[in-house]
Design a protein around this ligand. Structure first.
Ligand code: ATP
Ligand code: MG
Length: 404
């Protein structure tokens, strides 16, 4: 029996106008992760076929690929009743092996030429399963598993073991965004939420060696690798900006209570410059409201003043507990809580301004050359190309200078 994944995509089906684009993007995102020969579309479903030893890996890919609502393991059979029975019993048997007991049979008859109605076929298949596997029983209301039979033009599709996937929209349908990625808990989750809404993500991280160590950097790279698993098999770039000199200059020049904001402003400026050079129009941050004293509307406004791009803050409505739960689910939490410091914690002021005014910021920043600090930071910076959890290549960041 040749088994494959039957992939269903809920939200996409609702968006009439863009449906074609969404389906095409989802199919391509699956191909990018599992190979181009694996995917076939039938009406309302995507069939993903891989060699049996790769089926488990394929279910992992399907679980994390945005745009997929749920999937099950399935196989084709002929219209012959005996064939349908045998296949259903085989699939039910596997569920029993996984510790499930009660079942229900559900048939959809898309091809009305088939002689039996759905409600006629269901009990026939059910009886056969009960006969061959006596330890099962039928539960029509709350079964442990369902055997789903679809009578189609192409043949009969029998599937079972539905697994809920990540939902959302296929990465790429909403455009591209740049995530400001720290080593903390919040920003990776913010990035994942942006990917969930169909944004193809790159990330930028600012570090200050030697104040921040190699381990702190490895931690961020690990977070980036994890996020790259959710990027629909598309390249995920991480720009790693060498921020030491800029941070020291700010530290020396700016009143302590404003120094953190001033750093954030410069980060925002550098991030948007790289974003713009790459045709990216949105910045994503892990900022929240009120979670720390410095995250006030006033401060967010002052940081945002350094960019003309759209700033998305997916976590703004989240409690910390909700963010932590999500971080655990997506596999970033254990990395984020590793103890290594990121650059901001090294120079953090003891009493940061909580309601900064642009007027004051401009006053304390007067005489600092952001353009020059930014250009020099970029000179020493690196770009990591990642894909599907792996680092493919490390290169320099090419940003055209202002006057060139
Ligand atoms: P996180 O858990 O993501 O660090 P946080 O709640 O600790 O967030 P802050 O440390 O104040 O809040 O950072 C706010 C946001 O600024 C981060 O979510 C991230 O988007 C961005 N940011 C902070 N530090 C860096 C950094 N070193 N490099 C890139 N972005 C950063
Ligand atoms: Mg932080």
């Amino acid at each position: 029996m040749d088994k494959f994944l039957v992939v269903r995509y809920g939200e996409i089906a609702l968006k009439q106008g863009n449906r074609k684009l969404f389906e095409k993007t989802l199919v391509n995102n699956i191909k990018r992760q599992l190979g181009s020969s694996t995917v076939e579309r039938i009406r309302g479903r995507i069939i993903v076929s891989v060699p049996s030893e790769r089926l488990k890996a394929a279910t992992e890919v399907a679980s994390r690929t945005f745009g997929i609502q749920n999937f099950s393991v399935g196989t084709w059979t002929s219209y012959d009743l005996e064939d349908i029975y045998r296949t259903s019993v085989d699939l039910a048997h596997e569920e029993i092996m996984r510790g499930r007991r009660t079942f229900k049979v559900e048939t959809r008859r898309l091809d009305k030429r088939f002689p039996l109605k759905s409600i006629e076929l269901n009990p026939l298949v059910g009886e056969r399963i009960l006969e061959k596997i006596p330890e099962t029983s039928v539960d029509l209301h709350n079964p442990d598993f369902k055997i789903e039979i679809e009578i189609r033009d192409e043949g009969v599709l029998v599937s079972c073991g539905k697994t809920t996937a990540s939902g959302g929209l296929p990465v790429g349908v909403s455009g591209r965004a740049m995530l400001m990625l720290s080593g903390g808990i919040d920003s990776p989750v913010a990035g994942w939420l942006a990917q969930k809404r169909g944004l193809d993500l790159d990330a930028i991280h600012f570090s200050s060696p030697p104040y921040t160590g190699e381990k702190a950097f490895d931690k961020v790279l690990s977070l980036a690798r994890t996020l790259s698993l959710y990027n629909g098999g598309r390249e995920f770039r991480m720009y790693s900006v060498h921020f030491t000199e800029a941070q020291i200059a700010i530290h020396k020049h700016v009143e302590e209570r404003y120094s953190l904001l001033c750093q954030r402003r410069l980060m925002m400026r550098i991030a948007s410059k790289i974003a713009e050079n790459n045709g990216i129009v949105a910045i994503v941050t892990g900022e929240n409201l009120g979670q720390v004293a410095s995250q006030t509307l006033e401060n967010l406004r002052v940081i945002e003043e350094q960019t003309g791009l759209i700033v998305l803050r997916p976590l703004v409505t989240y409690d910390k507990i909700e963010t932590i739960e999500l971080a655990k689910r997506i596999g970033t939490f254990d990395i984020s809580i590793l103890p290594y410091e990121d650059c901001c914690t090294v120079f953090v002021p003891s009493n940061p301004a909580t309601k900064a005014r642009l007027f004051d910021i401009n006053r304390v920043e007067a005489g600092l050359d952001f353009e020059d600090l930014g250009a020099r930071a970029l000179d020493k910076s690196r770009m990591y190309r990642l894909k599907n959890g792996e680092v493919l290549e490390v290169g320099v960041i090419g940003v055209p200078q202002e006057d060139s």
